[in-house]
Design a protein around this ligand. Sequence first.
Ligand SMILES: [Zn+2]
Length: 243
Amino acid sequence: VPDLASLSAALPAGVTGAFSTRGGGISPPPWDGLNLSQQVGDQPERVTANRERLTGWLGAPVVFADQVHGPEVAVVTAGNAAGPRSACDGLLTAEPGLALAVLVADCLPVLFADPVAGVVAAAHAGRRGLVAGILQRTVAAMTALGADPGRMTAVIGPGIGGCCYEVPRPLLDQVAAVLPEAASTTTWGTPALDLPRAAGAVLRVAGVACIERTSACTYEDDRFYSFRRAPVTGRFAGVVVRR
Ligand SMILES: [Zn+2]
């Protein structure tokens, strides 16, 4: 589908990573665009059609995580791709041709690849998942499949920035006790969390060799869905596939 708008993720040769936008979908307001979530009140038929557009654009079947803001990850194979699988916030595979997706609207989609081991992963990392260690768990599970953090690239996709993610001071203190780099201030001067910066710090400590970050703030950039901007809205995807 040539009109499916997306940002490509800077992953190694042989690996395609992308972050979808609202563009290219059929859902009407308040989900207007390419809503990929079946759990936000949109009609199932429309979401299925939007997902088919993503599949057609990627040229590979897409496996979506059943996300719960936790630290669990699951290994996807051709044999288990159709599911069912336990709820998890990270998917990884060592097989080519299987696209892995996480859905977000302010939380961070993080895509991983070790091109030498041929292992790729997608993780959904919001405030709770980051505190619970979803990114460390993803790196560890990739390593168990033969990947090496020293060869990994991780791309932190569009999410709400430290500029806009206002939180009460006690919550800031609670998160910063675990993730000091998360402490931030909104552009209007109130306590905030900077999840992209915290994610980068976690990935550095985990030894990930190459860490890329997209600059888009979902709250400000209406190419993307933002739960903070509109509580009833769609979800966009971070998706990765090894060719
Ligand atoms: Zn912002």
